[in-house]
Design a protein around this ligand. Structure first.
Ligand code: UN1
Length: 511
């Protein structure tokens, strides 16, 4: 069984075959349903987890708040030292944890390890921030007054993360939440509980080693009931949600309704524009990673390929050949580039997306079938697919979280930008060109309307140093680098009068 085969790695990370407790609030517990975590390669049970309940969430939110009171008093550089220790603990566990991500989520091992690396990177970033959470000094119009800005923690940050990046997205959010002095309550995707337990165990150990209350990084696994309770709860001052636009719209409304803060990272419908003046070899390699990597299950995956007419046939010929050479299989095996889809349901989504392509008059160029021969029989495998469509077809307006790349042509740059922008989502976008004028137009006011605007690189695989997120139905949130840390803080505008007199702003004379 999957457990026996991977026993060493699982035990190394503190997991058991059954009886894993899915709640941590300073202590491990779990009184909800027992759920299996399935290996998407064969749908066998890796291990079982006892999920949390809304009552356990209720208690955990109090425990996080108590822990946060202590944490927020620590000088920020000392918080940084704790994050450094978390980083070191992750470095030690990089290989087993990366492997567990592959096993439970289904992405290939280099990507599983890469995702843990992304968490390590953001912890290093947060360590740097711990010496740089600077406020501003603002010139006052009044004599003997000084204005300044302070950045204090919000309190508790609820992180609701998705199956596709079960480590990195929690990593971005928790690293920034912690360095800014917050506590964190994590509600992971119901289908990746083992990864969240393994990560929380590492954090628990590190916090205990520093004599800090480990409830600071609490975990409540569970289903929609737990997610909804967390979203509604005023003790979660901010909710960072990663997932579908449909669910995210509801989360945003509920959190706004109680005047909480939300950070939304929702659906994408990312395009690559290929100009005829580009380096075609480079473009082809980038497109393959962007569309096939992670079996099309990144929110940054390229879904639409917009190619200038004269080079369409040439590019397609290369891509069809490259697609034909992609090895689909067990994500832990060498040489495999495309693992299974995460769930059986996703295979259904793949099939119905292909149906829509055909019904709307599109054409399948390569792929287009479920792979269930031989050793792939019991898994969720599909062939990475390219279609030929028109940009106005319905099927290209909706994100299907599977490896289907819709290709289309254009004549002018303006037309290509219009196609890029003419969808409801606004996460990532990229153009391949060697012309600087095209590049600057693309990043300017009449260019891409996305949050991520690339040139000569794929739409996916962003570094942690920049802000990550998107516009329109992607939700507007920004996570990770740049000044995203500010979202985990309340901003104080302070005016201090040291003059002994009371001059009023706007020159008002009162009595
Ligand atoms: C996601 O798919 O939710 O840019 C996150 C990327 C990764 C993060 C993706 N750094 O593809």
């Amino acid at each position: 069984s999957t457990w026996n085969e991977h026993r060493n790695v699982l035990e190394q990370l503190g997991l058991e075959k059954s009886g894993n407790k899915g709640v941590f609030d300073g202590e491990w517990k779990g009184n909800g349903d027992v759920v299996p975590s399935l290996n998407p390669v064969n749908n066998q049970v890796i291990a079982e987890v006892r999920q949390g309940t809304t009552q356990e969430l209720d208690l955990a939110l109090d425990r996080v708040a108590e822990a946060q009171k202590i944490w927020q008093e620590l000088p920020v550089p000392q918080r940084g030292q704790v994050l450094l220790a978390m980083r070191d603990a992750l470095v030690k566990n990089l290989q087993p944890l990366g492997k567990l991500v592959s096993l439970e989520m289904g992405k290939i091992l280099p990507e599983g390890v890469g995702e843990v690396q992304e968490y390590i990177d953001i912890l290093e970033y947060a360590l740097g921030l711990s010496r740089m959470l600077n406020g501003a000094m603002i010139p006052s119009e009044r004599p003997g007054h000084v204005m300044l800005e302070t950045w204090n923690p919000l309190g508790t940050i609820g992180v609701i993360s998705a199956f596709n990046f079960p480590v990195a997205v929690y990593g971005w959010n928790s690293a920034l939440a912690l360095v800014t002095g917050n506590g964190v309550l994590w509600k992971p995707a119901p289908t990746t509980p083992l990864v969240s337990i393994a990560v929380t165990r590492i954090l628990e150990r590190t916090l205990k080693e520093h004599n800090l209350p480990p409830a600071l990084c609490s975990l409540v696994t569970g289903g929609t009931d737990v997610g909804q309770s967390l979203t509604q709860d005023r003790r979660a001052h901010a909710i960072s949600f990663t997932g579908s636009t449909k669910v995210g719209r509801g989360v945003g409304q509920v959190v706004q309704g109680r005047f909480g803060r939300s950070i939304l990272e929702l659906g994408g419908n990312n395009a690559i524009i290929v100009m005829e003046d580009c380096d075609l070899d480079l473009a082809a390699r980038a497109i393959l990673f962007a569309a096939v990597g992670t079996a099309g299950q990144r929110c940054t995956t390229t879904r639409r390929l917009i190619v200038q007419e004269p080079i369409y046939d040439r590019l397609m010929e290369r891509l069809v050949k490259a697609y034909g050479q992609v090895k689909v299989g067990d994500p832990l095996h060498d040489g495999v580039l495309c693992g299974p889809l995460h769930t059986k349901e996703a295979v259904g989504i793949y099939k119905s997306a292909l149906e829509s392509v055909k019904n709307q008059g599109g054409e399948i160029l390569v792929g287009g079938k479920v792979l269930d021969d031989g050793e792939l029989k019991h898994g969720n495998f599909v062939a990475p697919t390219m279609t030929r469509v028109r940009s106005d077809m319905d099927v290209v307006k909706n994100e299907a979280f599977v490896p289907i790349l819709h290709t289309m042509t254009f004549k002018t740059l303006d037309e290509a930008i219009a196609i890029n922008n003419n969808v409801a989502q606004g996460l990532s976008s990229s153009i391949f060109t060697s012309n600087p004028a095209t590049m600057f137009k693309w990043i300017g006011p009449s260019g891409s309307d996305c949050g991520i605007i690339n040139v000569n690189i794929p739409t996916n695989g962003a570094e942690i140093g920049g802000a990550f997120g998107g516009e329109k139905e992607t939700g507007g949130g920004r996570e990770s680098g740049s000044d995203s840390w500010k979202q985990y803080c309340r901003r104080g505008t302070c005016t201090i009068n040291y003059s002994g007199a009371l001059p009023l702003a706007q020159g008002i004379n009162f009595g």
